[in-house]
Design a protein around this ligand. Sequence first.
Ligand SMILES: Nc1nc2c(ncn2[C@@H]2O[C@H](COP(=O)(O)OP(=O)(O)O)[C@@H](O)[C@H]2O)c(=O)[nH]1
Ligand SMILES: [Mg+2]
Length: 360
Amino acid sequence: MFDNLKKAFSNVSTGFSEKDLNEKDIEDVLFELEINLLESDVATEVIDSIKDSLKEKIIGSRVEKKNIQNFVKQSLIEYISETFDNAGHVDLIDRINQKKDSNEPFIVVFVGINGTGKTTSLAKVANLLKNEKFSLAIAAADTYRAGAIEQLREHTNRLNLKIIAQNYGSDPAAVAKDAVLYAKSHKVDCVLVDTAGRMQTSSNLMEQIEKITKVVKPDMKIFVGDSLAGNDTVNQAREFHNHVKFDCSILTKSDADARGGAALSIVKVTSSPIIYVGVGQEYDDIVKFDKNQNHNNQNQNQNHNNQNQNQNLNLNPNLNQNLKVEIVMILSMVLKLMTSMIMLICMMYLHQKLMMRQKN
Ligand SMILES: Nc1nc2c(ncn2[C@@H]2O[C@H](COP(=O)(O)OP(=O)(O)O)[C@@H](O)[C@H]2O)c(=O)[nH]1
Ligand SMILES: [Mg+2]
């Protein structure tokens, strides 16, 4: 994922001949870097921070012109690496194991905007934890989006897991609380709470998530971000982090993203680590985040070796709705075409009749 990011400065600023750098040289170099980082999907505020830090370094180190390219490239690699290291490390499985002795369930709440892959990532994590022999209960606390409960129920049916759900419009915090009570009384290791990604307003959504977290006091809050959404993902991460101080993130759809800028930006803006990366649409298409790995082609290298293999997780209700709308549109077009053809045949028939009458 980060190969391109690290290469962001490999093909610029080789044409210096004089020994000393002047202000304009530095500006030119940083401008080239900015373009390359923008192309790698790094958020603009993160680019500004990189530029500031490099400018300081270049001036402070009195780099010679002929070494500037290598210097900037090396500094960029260090910056990326330090950003990921400074965000710390979170291991979900370790954390659940640590809480197991207390006989209390480990509660995880998934947050993020609609369509980023929250429910799908929850299902992938559920599958992963099930394979680690943890017992699970899933809370359908997205009671807002049409089809959300059915989507989650389909996952829990496939994975043979317990789901706790109420009706649409019911209080998500109450659903989450129900799931926690169920987990306590049945000695379940872990509760995964799905949440809504859109309400009437963004403040409604944040209030709702804050209420859920107050009521169930989760051990971990995971932000789910779409690696294809660029600056949007970073803005979402910041907003969620301001309201619910999530512990870590899952970055989805990295199978379709070769640039890595979203990961760097989320980690920089929230100072929290990415724990997993979604690399496809099957249950096994989730890998631990590794700052040195290229995650975008990792789903092709995976062993899809459990019983849930080849089950496509694209159960998104909106996508299904879109498909339904398209089918209805095609059918109505076919109907219109057929009506026009029938009318044409009728007209031709009448025309022929008229001609025969005229002849007679
Ligand atoms: N290619 C790819 N698609 C994904 C990934 N994660 C989720 N999706 C798709 O993203 C869409 C939205 O996912 P969903 O879980 O419903 O998002 P939610 O609204 O945040 O709950 C679905 O079509 C998923 O199949 C991923 O890692 N790779
Ligand atoms: Mg969902």
